[in-house]
Structure formats: C-alpha cells, structure tokens
Design a protein around this ligand. Structure first.
Ligand SMILES: C[S@@+](CC[C@H](N)C(=O)[O-])C[C@H]1O[C@@H](n2cnc3c(N)ncnc32)[C@H](O)[C@@H]1O
Ligand code: SF4
Length: 337
C-alpha cells in the first residue's frame, strides 16, 4: 500500500521521545465506503457504520499539519471518489502550496466530470489495475468493469499528455492466485500508455490469504523480467513471509521507521501508526485496538506526541513487533526488501 511512497529518513535516533516532529506524510481516508469487493482487500471485513470522513475535521487537521507535512494521501480502505466532498478536501489542501496531494482509486467513477474536477487538484494518481484481461480483472475486482476503468484511465492520460505530462501516474497491482499470470501483460499495457510507475504487490493481508507456491514463483519471475527491461519500475519487496521459505538466510530482523514519519487517519477519525493495521480480517477491531487516539478527543499533535504513540514507537525500536506487522517486508531481513 501507500506507506512505501514516503520518505525514508529515520528520525528515531535524532529526536527525543518527548517531541517527534509532525510526520512528512499523512494518509487521510476519505471514506470507508466502497463500490467493489476486491479479492484480498480487507474492505469486506469492515463492519459498523461505513462513513465519509467529516469535512470540518479534515480542515482542522490540514491546518495543523500545514507547513510541516509535505504529502497528503487521500486514500484508505474504501473508494475515495465515493466521497462527494473529495474535490473540496483536495482544494482545501491545495490552498497550501507545500502540500503534495495523492489519490488512489479504482477508477470506476473517474468519468469526464470527475476528471475535470479532480485533475487540477492532484499531484499524484494511483490507479488500481489487477489484470489486463477483462475476465480476470472482473473476477478479482467484483463490481468493476474493465472497459470502464480503461476508458477512464485513458481519458486521464490523454488530458495529462495535452497538459505536458504534469502528473505522477502510477499503476498498482495486487497479486492473488487468480491474476498472477497478468503481471507481465499489465506491464505491456502500461508501456503503451507511457506510464513509468508500476507498483506490484503480493496481497499481504496477514491472516487470511496464502498464495500458492506457483504464484510466488510467477511473481519473482515476472517482476524480475520487468525489472531487467525497465529498471525504473518498482515492486513491493517480496517480504520474508514469501522469501523465507525460499531462502534459508532470510530471518526476521525487523526495523521500521513508519510510525516516526507517517500516520493514517481513518474515516472514523482514529489515528493509526500504519495502514497495515486495517489490512486484516480483523480490520474493524484493529481500527480501535491499534488506535493512537481519536481526533474528536485530541488534536493530531497531542496524539502524535502522546503516551500511546511513544510507547508504540519504543516497542518497535526494541524490536517488539505486534503480530499485525509480520506480513510487512519491513519486518524481515533486508534480503527481501
Ligand atoms: C485499499 S485500495 C483503496 C483505493 C481504491 N479503492 C483502489 O482500489 O485503488 C488501495 C490499494 O491497496 C491495494 N490493496 C488492497 N488490499 C490489499 C492487500 N491485502 N495487500 C496489499 N495491497 C492491497 C489495492 O489493490 C489498491 O491498489
Ligand atoms: S481494493 Fe479498493 S476498490 Fe477494491 S475493495 Fe479494497 S478499497 Fe474497494
């Protein structure tokens, strides 16, 4: 997911625990509602009231982050374009030129009108594309239509080409068994589109999804082939969960700086130290179990430098990782990063 796009500076040793500078990257979940039911996504495990984030709270949060945070990612476990106030949220962020804005979308709703509204307000756009073949695409993204997504994406790219390629456009592919044979085909499509950012990840929902060995072999083979042809493409590292069975030297050697440089704000206003807490079949309980605080009760700064966040960071620095971290590649030896 999106934490990988953030800066890698490590503030742990340089900063006293009582005052960690506000994070350079904050992910804000515009809504927990979704129009699809993708295989592997934890969205289907989210229960309770699925809701859009309150606009006024985001404004207050952006005011607090202004001048310190540089990247705002409007995305989460849900489809951002379902929030009718998405353009308003982006416009509010864009009142400050120092904010770089990102959205991630399934592109089903990125029609001509949405494009006109959102295009000027985003710097980076991530489109999820899990297959190049319509039948496979629609099997792994139930509710989506391949031709709609393709048409919407091509309209976006045409507009961007007319504007002199101003936007950072990236394709994100989530690999499960059913679409493992699609990785290289998607790569061929995105070369035709002149997109140079391709992010491929094995589904890392911790507890429920196991890939077949042939899926992992295919992932290694095809991402290796693409890397040799187009070195600028990026892939989420394999991660020890997959690497360790193939390579005996791969050991857990956790080292993670995410809670020093990134925070996730859920649409229900919980502040979480990592997006991975929600990518689980226990997404609903994790939202409160891993919450560092709630924005109706405290400001972001109070939460960020509050006792819960500090003790979470201390545990991570002492390599006491909670179970939710285990599928993440940061948890493992650098051999698989
Ligand atoms: C959660 S979605 C939210 C934005 C939007 N609804 C979409 O589909 O792009 C953001 C990205 O996370 C990916 N994702 C979903 N479940 C995942 C999982 N279990 N492991 C890794 N990535 C996952 C999706 O494929 C998508 O590219
Ligand atoms: S990957 Fe995106 S579109 Fe698919 S179910 Fe999850 S949040 Fe919805």
């Amino acid at each position: 997911m999106t934490t990988g796009s953030s800066t890698h500076s490590d503030t742990r040793t340089a900063t006293a625990p009582s005052s960690v500078p506000l994070p350079p990257v904050v992910q804000i979940e515009p809504t927990s509602r979704c129009n699809l039911k993708c295989v592997g996504c934890a969205h289907r495990h989210r229960t309770g009231r699925l809701t859009d984030i309150p606009f006024e709270r985001v404004k207050a949060l952006l005011d607090e982050l202004r001048g310190r945070t540089t990247e705002i990612i409007f995305s989460g476990i849900g489809e951002p374009l379902l929030n009718r106030q998405l353009a308003g949220l982006l416009a509010y962020a864009k009142r400050s030129p120092s904010f770089h804005t990102t959205i991630a979308s399934n592109f089903m709703l990125m029609d001509g009108r949405a494009l006109e509204e959102l295009y000027p307000l985003v710097d980076k756009v991530i489109c999820s594309l899990d297959a190049a073949d319509p039948e496979t695409f629609e099997a792994v993204r139930p509710g989506a239509k391949f031709h709609t997504v393709r048409e919407n994406l091509e309209r976006f790219l045409d507009d961007d080409a007319r504007n002199g390629w101003k936007k950072y456009v990236s394709i994100s592919t989530l690999v499960v068994d059913r679409n493992a044979g699609e990785i290289y085909k998607i790569y061929q499509l995105i070369k035709d589109w002149h997109i140079s950012r391709f992010h491929v990840a094995l589904c890392y929902t911790a507890d429920e999804y196991e890939h077949k060995p042939e899926t992992i072999r295919r992932f290694i083979r095809d991402t290796g082939r693409i890397r040799s042809e187009g070195p600028s493409f990026s892939f989420t590292s394999l991660g020890g969960k997959y690497c360790a069975p193939l390579d005996a030297s791969c050991r857990p050697d956790a080292s993670c700086t995410v809670p020093w440089r990134y925070a996730y704000v859920s649409s229900r206003l919980y502040v979480l130290p990592c997006c991975l807490a929600l990518q689980s079949s226990d997404a609903t309980t994790h939202e409160t179990d891993y919450s560092m605080g709630h924005l109706e009760q405290s400001t972001f700064s109070e939460i960020w430098n509050g006792p819960k966040y500090h003790s979470f960071r201390e545990r991570l620095a002492a390599k006491q990782f909670p179970p939710v971290c285990q599928p993440c590649y940061q948890f493992w030896d650098p051999c698989c990063q």
